[in-house]
Design a protein around this ligand. Structure first.
Ligand SMILES: Nc1ncnc2c1ncn2[C@@H]1O[C@H](COP(=O)(O)OP(=O)(O)OP(=O)(O)O)[C@@H](O)[C@H]1O
Ligand SMILES: [Mg+2]
Length: 362
């Protein structure tokens, strides 16, 4: 087991002037499950590949425990990787696939068998050990790929979108299995996904990347409750946080007929005339029909989910039409075309600088 440190790690691909990963700073604790998440091309795989030794590091350093591994070849780093395309050897049995790395490393047969059987037990693959991969389901194959990594008993697991070949339902069950398995084994894990739900549900902490730059690294709870900037606010959470540009007034910011209180200190750090207020769909209270509070939202579409429903509507802010999403109770669903008066719940609003995107509220 070991800690993992990205110390201003930078990757500039040949022929490019802009870093694909720019001075990445993350300290990952021993046994932690850290998820790297962000949109396509933000540098997730590059970060992971630098840690694996598959990509040169052009600046900064990478450490595993106390060892500086920045320039070590992959085989000397004591890591095991699970990729999206975890191509299993089709002509080998599950057991041989799982034990292959140990065989190459010259481990004796009895010891390989013992490790493979242990891993198979953990992964619920015991009855499939003699089958060939083609006789397995997608989820079982994915577990064999995990098994290949587990038998090596590495200091660090690296996983790059290992679930993306699975259908939606299997993804959900497998992500729970991987997360609980990781906790049981206690092996430090860096996991890459572009799916923010996967990130929030699996990670002890989540690191959000954009354009090669780390935006925030935090627990899922903090990431959701206190996004550090506009990008994270819009990226984490589904349906996304409502973000509305509004004028600054005395004692706060004006949101329709409601004033969202903001500490004076926070606003003094900006010279902008407007700020961007964020409200998650579940953080609106619906006021009475003839209320003059908050914002009047015209209901366009209602998405019913049984337990609750999402109202997709339009409101007017500063003379301009603005789309909003509001979560309501499943038994209190408004009619299409009707008007809903919504008030942002106090203490559940977020205020960001419109110009820099930085969080202003605490
Ligand atoms: N071998 C390469 N040579 C040059 N540029 C590359 C190379 N690999 C990746 N890049 C560029 O580096 C940036 C980061 O790529 P990376 O593969 O790390 O993104 P990612 O976050 O993993 O995206 P995805 O979610 O699509 O897998 C992208 O702009 C990409 O085009
Ligand atoms: Mg990638």
């Amino acid at each position: 087991m070991a800690t993992v440190t990205f110390d201003k790690a930078t990757r500039i691909y040949p022929g490019s002037t802009k870093p694909a990963v720019d001075a990445l700073d993350i300290e990952i604790a021993d046994g932690e499950f850290l998820v790297l998440v962000g949109p396509s091309g933000c540098g997730k795989s590059t970060s992971l590949r630098m840690l694996a030794g598959l990509e040169d590091v052009n600046g900064g350093a990478i450490r595993i425990g106390d060892r500086d591994v920045t320039h070590l070849p992959p085989k000397d780093r004591d890591i095991a990787m699970v990729f999206q395309n975890y191509a299993l050897y089709p002509h080998m049995t599950v057991a041989d696939n799982m034990g292959f790395a140990l065989k190459i490393a010259g481990v004796n047969k009895a010891e390989i068998r013992q490790k493979v059987e242990e891993a198979a037990k953990i992964l619920d693959l015991t009855e499939y050990l003699d089958r060939k991969p083609k006789a397995l389901s997608g989820g079982q194959r994915q577990r064999v790929a995990m098994g290949r990594a587990i038998v090596r008993e590495p200091q660090v697991f690296l996983m790059d979108e290992p679930l993306s070949n699975l259908d939606a339902k299997l993804r959900v069950s497998t992500r729970t299995q991987i997360a609980s398995l990781q906790r049981r084994l206690g092996i430090t894990t860096v996991y890459v996904t572009h799916d923010q739900v996967e990130a929030l549900t699996m990670g002890d902490r989540v690191a959000v990347l954009k354009d090669g730059l780390l935006q925030q690294v935090d627990t899922p709870r903090n990431m959701y409750d206190k996004p550090a900037n506009l990008f994270v606010a819009g990226f984490i959470g589904s349906p996304a946080m409502n973000l509305v540009e509004v004028p600054v007034t005395d004692g706060g910011v004006k949101f329709g007929n409601s004033v969202v209180p903001v500490q004076r200190d926070a606003l003094s750090s900006t010279t902008d005339k407007t700020v961007t207020v964020g409200v998650r769909p579940e953080h609106f209270d619906v006021a009475g029909e003839d209320s003059d509070q908050g914002l009047a939202v015209t209901v366009n579409v209602v998405e019913e989910l049984g337990s609750d429903a999402y109202v997709y509507g339009t409101t007017t802010v500063g003379g301009e039409a603005k789309d909003l999403v509001v979560r309501v109770g499943g038994r209190n669903v408004p009619e299409k075309g009707s008007t809903l008066h919504v008030v942002p719940r106090s203490g559940e609003t977020h205020v960001f600088s419109t110009s820099t995107g930085a969080r202003l509220s605490d």
